[in-house]
Design a protein around this ligand. Sequence first.
Ligand code: UD1
Ligand code: CA
Length: 456
Amino acid sequence: MTSPIAVVVLAAGAGTRMKSVLPKVLHPLAGWPMLRHVLDNVRRLRPTRTIGVISPGAALVAEAFAPHPTVVQRRPLGTGDAAKAALGALEGHRGPVLIVFGDAPLVTPASMRRLVAACRRRGAAVGVLGFVAQDPSPYGRLVVHGGVLEKIVESKDANATEKTIDFCNSGVMCLDGRLVGRLLREIGNRNAKREFYLTDAVAIARAAGHKAIAVAGEEGEFQGINSRAELAVAERALQQRLRAAALASGVTLTDPETVWLAADTKLAADVTIGPNVHFGPGVSVARGAEIKAFCDITGARIGRRAVVGPFARIRPGSDVGADAHIGNFVELKATHMGRGAKANHLTYLGDSDIGARSNIGAGTITVNYDGYGKHRTIIDADVFIGSNSALVAPVRIGRGANVTAGSVITEDVPGGAVAFGRARQVTKQGRAAPLRAKLRARAAVKKAGATRAKKK
Ligand code: UD1
Ligand code: CA
């Protein structure tokens, strides 16, 4: 039996470079707040506790950590000080303590597991994930001699020789739970930034005769997010991973680079996604379904073999049944489309239930909002709604009923009935030519008047 893992997530930095009222760790990436990615990644290590370190008054961040507890770092005095704030919450924990940053959502569970396993195997008091950086200048450098990690030197404190080191600190650190209190409390702030550096734990452990190690990983996982530009870079990286995973699991993406997925998008095998499709959070697409170009889908289920788009918008709470068709310029909101139902063109279906095999004609609108409340439209199975109909909710159209084109339906239509909700057409035989003559004469009079006025 291995001892349990505890995780500490540091998220009390100021994040000023984002220039945002929204805390940095709540900025969205692949449809999730950044912090949710971090929490989802660490969850896979099955820690017995996860503790968030936040700044004072960061209620939204605390909420994002829930159900995990948070502790407050009173002033942003550095990563070492932030980690120390979690010591109370680590009371009694004796296994590895993994410290990660809230603004590094790309670190994979596999890398974290590798670090923890290496620390256990080699009996290290401190271990860090390191990487060879293209540009090491912003990072702490790992000073390694003969396979032993001697210390970490922050960029601002590095001497000329240390500055040439390109093996850098990712920020992910694993500490022995039995030593963590002693190591962190010894960290001081006599350095270039007057900050308490978590990275000093390495030299402190070494001085006390303990072992420290560095485990190498890929640079792509360790880019932190400090600015909007870095957020965009991370989004790209994450999208690449999600697209690759979709392709590997048997999904066709005709133009992968233009498909935007959410972290939780579930695509079954044999799903086909056309170009320029965007998924918000909470979407699942069942086997054999096809999403054509330029669709936007959020919070919805798409059933087996259903066909959606091109140019469809499916909003939260929608459920498209098996074999259903949603065509171009169709918007669904909180709508259940029954099996084999069709809405092929230019339609808004909101707060509605569409029965199996029912056909919704072009230009149909469910009038679900009266300016104050939302109301439901219920359409039973095998109904035909003629084009350009307005269904004023709450309203119910019974099984097999037929609503004629251009109707405004304000009352329930019983099953099997035909409903006309429009003025009856009037046709006057042979009246087209006289009507034209009359209109022509009227136009001539008007033109003559205008010419006279101009001459004056
Ligand atoms: C840190 C590391 C550096 C490493 C780099 C990787 C230290 C001293 N340096 O530098 O070796 O190469 O990350 O990206 O650890 N935070 C707090 N409270 C604080 C300060 C920071 O909670 O008082 C949190 C931040 O919210 C952030 C994380 O700690 O999530 C990292 O802080 P940051 O200031 O960005 O560290 P770096 O200077 O980038
Ligand atoms: Ca940083």
